[in-house]
Write a protein of this length. Structure first.
Length: 404
């Protein structure tokens, strides 16, 4: 049988009110009835039940209760469906109206069961919809690359950029890269496109890290002046070292720390190029920085690789036979338990009489320390420090990574 909404009439002259809640109720009927019978039973059997203030017909006339909607179908002589009633009343009154529906036990000549399944806050659903849509619109604004991030001059000049970008033996470059007496070498094609916007037309890209093309080497060696423009990070310095060892480099212009040439504004591009450093001097600075970093790393490594105590070594040896994320319990007589999964460890540890250590082939967490402490097990061993891990006065912990 087809489905159709039948709406309880709201024939009063009450002004329309914003609905706050939606009552949903399931309907089961031992027989075949019409929708108007369901609405009639709701209006009739609740009349006088809750007093004049909560009488459904009166509430509809004042628009405090909306249309009573019934969706129903009949299968093999039994009717079933759903009742929905919107309410502009507060949550207490709405709940009372909803519960009154469950007092209805007959519709027409048939037994019936009405069960309230939920009461939805319509405003909360709308708020969620608004928030989700707002997020979507915001992402569209950000990803669209709107002109708010550009000056008018940059916006107009960008029209010419696609016409000016060319290539030199497959390398993205400006139109004057081959003919100019000076050359600016940048890392990527987007770097070239950005600085062309500012009238710099003699740039050429290496098109990323990798082998340097012989054509680029030949072109650079033929120029009077070669400037390498690198990003303000370790990757930029590595690119400079690679280029310096392969072709002519006179000066280096580095972007501010953490910034890239493809995103630099015009003022910063001009400033970086004007503050270029001689290549030989810049190389010394990079080498000194690397030497200092290597020395510091060596000192840290030497300080952290102290030998493990004998007690820890014996317990670390048990990890070799353990599968990942498995644990064993070590007893005072030196015997070992069977491998235990992390989910069962708390129960097994609590029941382990004479246990002196837990060896876990995985990162130690705050929960692991808690299990050992609660079970009065004095030593805990793991491969590394995990989420929330911290040492405890009650449990001695050894971490394998600290001794490697």
């Amino acid at each position: 049988m087809g489905r159709r909404d039948n709406k309880g009439g709201n024939k009063g002259g009450g002004k329309s009110k914003a609905m706050k809640y939606m009552i949903h109720a399931s309907l089961e009927i031992d027989g075949s009835v019409q929708r108007k019978d369901v609405i009639g039973a709701i209006m009739g059997q609740t009349e006088g039940l809750l007093g004049d203030d909560l009488e459904l017909r009166k509430l509809q006339r004042t628009a405090r209760i909306g249309h009573v909607d019934v969706e129903m179908e009949v299968i093999k002589g039994r009717a079933s469906g759903e009742i929905t009633i919107p309410s502009s009343m507060d949550n207490v009154e709405t709940a009372i109206i909803a519960s009154s529906l469950e007092t209805i036990d007959r519709i027409g000549p048939c037994n019936a069961i009405i069960k309230v399944t939920s009461i939805h806050d319509i405003r909360a659903v709308k708020r969620t919809t608004v928030v989700d849509r707002a997020k979507q619109l915001l992402l569209e604004m950000v990803s669209s690359g709107s002109a708010t991030s550009k000056t008018v001059i940059e916006e107009v000049r960008s029209v010419l950029t696609t016409q000016q970008v060319t290539d030199y033996h497959g390398l993205t470059c400006g139109p004057n890269a081959a003919s100019s007496e000076s050359l600016i070498i940048v890392e990527g094609r987007n770097d070239v496109r950005n600085i062309i916007n500012y009238g710099i037309k003699n740039a050429i890209s290496t098109d990323g890290a990798g082998n340097i093309k012989p054509e680029l080497i030949e072109l650079a060696n033929s120029k009077a002046t070669v400037i390498v423009a690198i990003d303000g990070d370790r990757g930029g310095e590595m690119l400079f070292q690679q280029l310096y060892s392969a072709l002519k480099v006179d000066f280096v212009a580095q972007a501010p720390v953490g910034q890239e040439w493809e995103l630099l504004p015009q003022k910063t591009v001009t400033k970086c190029l004007s503050m270029k450093v001689e290549a030989s001097r810049f190389l010394k600075q990079v080498d000194a920085k690397e030497s200092k970093g290597d020395q510091k790393a060596t000192e840290v490594l030497a300080a952290s690789t102290e030998p493990a105590p004998e007690k820890a070594k014996e317990l670390f040896d048990h990890m070799g036979d353990l599968a990942s994320k498995k644990a064993i319990i070590v007893y005072v007589d030196g015997t070992l338990s069977e491998p235990i999964g992390a989910t069962k460890l708390a129960k097994e540890a609590e029941q382990a009489d004479g246990a002196v250590a837990i060896v876990f082939n995985g990162p130690l967490s705050e929960r692991m320390v808690e299990i050992a402490s609660t079970s009065a097990i004095e030593t805990l061993v793991g491969t590394s420090a995990g989420k929330g891990f911290s040492t405890s006065d009650e449990v001695e912990t050894f971490i394998l990574a600290d001794y490697q």
